[in-house]
Design a protein around this ligand. Structure first.
Ligand code: MRU
Length: 362
């Protein structure tokens, strides 16, 4: 059967999914627990993990139950508090215990710098305050600040979306990936609230399908027209003039504007550049890593081959076939039109605009 644009249009959910619970939620007082929406089960099931240990949080991060750079950072900050609470060290051992728990959490995922950023921020606080309670209060502050950053990113980016546009996005940089409205998707939510009429192509995002499972769900829940496309279709649709701009999130942005994001982002950026389509990256300042002069220093997470070789537990290949599974790629800054941040829209030359934004915002 031949596919037509009409059949593509109908691929978004005809009925609106119910709003999702937050991906990260602290429940209770200092004896409370961390609730994480298990994103590996979405969209079929809304299972909430109720966690009271740092190991539980580390495992949830490693398995992508909680995922997306800012959300990982927030979850890890609460995990740090849980780990220290478990061990209940006396004051003299508090900082060492916190450092030990932080190292366990940091080892879960290497690429998103928000994880290290959040843990460093919490460790800095406990070094000064020397109380367990300060770790919980810092985790709450990190969560609050990220929610605020998302709102500012939304405001700073909404005017980049025009009536009649088709926007391409990759992976999931929405509410499920942050403590607020998202980064890339926050811009789309705000443009939608302002009455812009546009639609979205959500790359399915092999192998874990964050675009198909999560981004499409979030956009449909908001009433934004969305069609899932195979990752392999992105360049062809761009070349045919079917995409007016691209908005993605980021996991780490080097000082010169090179940035890591979900594997497949680089190919989209190359296609956008070849066809003169604007390519925007939305991220809070906590995703910038000015200690890295360029993207070649960004550590790239390699995930298990089984994620590529199986689908819902069923083998896709003959026995014994090998796979590579790099979870992220690095896109050179010269392919980026602009970074939409909580500190405004950063334009080239990025070494200068990033430096200025970080100086103003930190
Ligand atoms: O492996 P994931 O699902 O954690 O990857 C997430 C992404 O690549 C997002 O685009 C990025 O973290 C930005 S989230 C605001």
């Amino acid at each position: 059967m031949t596919s037509t644009p009409e059949t593509t249009e109908t691929t978004h959910a005809p009925t609106r999914p119910a709003p999702l619970p937050p991906p990260v939620l602290w429940v209770g007082d200092d004896q409370g627990e961390l609730h994480l929406l298990d994103q590996t089960r979405l969209p079929q099931e809304r299972l909430v993990l109720e966690l009271r240990t740092a190991d539980g949080v580390a495992d949830a991060i490693a398995r992508l139950c909680v995922r997306g750079a800012p959300a990982i950072g927030v979850a890890a900050a609460y995990g740090l508090y849980l780990g220290v609470r478990e061990q209940c060290p006396d004051r003299s051992m508090l900082v060492d215990t916190a450092r030990h728990v932080a190292a366990r959490l940091l080892a879960t995922r290497p690429t998103a710098v928000n994880l290290r950023w959040a843990l460093d921020r919490a460790l800095a606080r406990v070094r000064v305050d020397l109380t367990q309670a300060s770790l919980l209060s810092e985790a709450r502050a990190i969560e609050h600040d990220n929610a605020e950053s998302c709102l500012r990113i939304a405001t700073n980016g909404a005017n980049l979306i025009h009536d009649g546009d088709t926007i391409l996005t990759h992976c999931n940089a929405g509410r499920l990936a942050t403590a607020g409205e998202g980064s890339a998707l926050a811009i789309l939510f705000e443009a939608h609230r302002r009455g812009r009429r546009f639609r979205v192509f959500a790359d399915e995002t092999r192998p874990l399908l964050q675009g198909a499972r999560l981004t499409a769900l979030e956009l449909a829940a908001e009433g934004i027209p969305v069609a899932v496309i195979p990752d392999a279709a992105a360049a062809a649709l761009i070349s045919r003039g079917e995409v007016q701009s691209i908005v993605v999130g980021a996991d780490r942005i080097a000082g010169n504007g090179d940035f890591a994001n979900k594997i497949g982002t680089y190919g989209i950026a190359l296609a956008a550049h070849a066809h003169s389509i604007p390519f925007y990256v939305a991220a809070p300042l906590s995703t910038f890593d000015p200690a890295l002069s360029n993207g070649s220093h960004i550590p790239i997470e390699e995930r298990p081959a089984a994620e590529v070789l199986t689908l819902h537990g069923t083998a896709l290949t003959a026995e014994g076939i090998l796979a590579r599974n790099p979870a992220f790629d690095v896109t050179p800054g010269h392919l980026v039109t602009g970074f939409v941040t909580d500190q405004g829209l950063l334009l080239p030359p990025f070494a200068a605009s990033i430096k200025a934004a970080l100086a103003a915002g930190r």
